[in-house]
Design a binder for this molecule. Structure first.
Ligand SMILES: [Fe+2]
Length: 209
């Protein structure tokens, strides 16, 4: 049985540089009837655990360590025994939210996280955050982008630990090179495709965000 993709939206707050904003986050669950992985344990461990149900949760993959994407990761790991994965370049951000609990394992560019027959290849795509990653499954034709690429452009780069030229390089070299029909499943909001976003790269560079 092929892996399927489920979306759960959870609500909470994003805080950085002294500001706080209300946000809705997409929590992606990739799996079958027996096992699953979660991409971004945002805000509400109980709601995510309920969506996973009695399946074995093998991994919690963090696309980056902004607090809205990782807030519920330790609690969900404690509930399920899943391994928390984070790119080590985001450990300074992680420690702002969870100073007493490190992630369990470090993501590496090119690594494959398996999920019920899905093969999620890790693409290190810094810019929104130093350790931001995307997860690409060629067979499913999907790319999980976290906050690196949205419908309408790049993720925000105006706050600490972000860098606009770096996110543009990541998007141009790693993401827009993927097949145009690839579904882009984002950390917030509605999905898009590589083919819908690629023509707008020069506009984003010109406007600077
Ligand atoms: Fe973010």
């Amino acid at each position: 049985m092929a892996a399927r993709i489920e979306r759960l939206v959870t609500s909470g707050q994003f805080s950085l540089d002294g500001g706080t904003w209300d946000v809705d986050n997409n929590v992606w669950i990739v799996g079958d009837d027996h096992e699953a992985v979660v991409i971004d344990a945002a805000h509400d461990a109980a709601a995510i655990a309920e969506a996973v149900g009695d399946r074995r949760l093998t991994a919690i993959v963090c696309t980056h360590a902004h607090n809205d994407h990782i807030g519920a990761a330790p609690a969900l790991a404690d509930l399920t025994g899943a391994t928390i994965w984070l790119h080590p370049d985001d450990l300074p951000l992680w420690r702002l939210t969870h100073p007493d609990r490190e992630p369990d394992a470090h993501l590496v560019d090119g690594q494959v996280i398996e999920a019920a027959g899905a093969d999620l290849t890790v693409l290190h795509t810094p810019g929104h955050a130093p350790g931001a990653v995307c997860l690409y499954d060629e067979g499913l034709g999907v790319l999980f982008t976290g906050d690196t690429l949205f419908q309408g452009g790049p993720g925000a780069t105006g706050r600490s630990y972000s860098h606009f030229p770096t996110i543009i390089t990541s998007i141009r070299d790693r993401l827009l090179a993927l097949p145009p029909g690839t579904r882009v499943l984002t950390g917030h909001g509605d999905e898009t495709t590589i083919g819908d976003e690629a023509p707008h790269l020069e506009e984003w560079i010109a406007r600077g965000h």
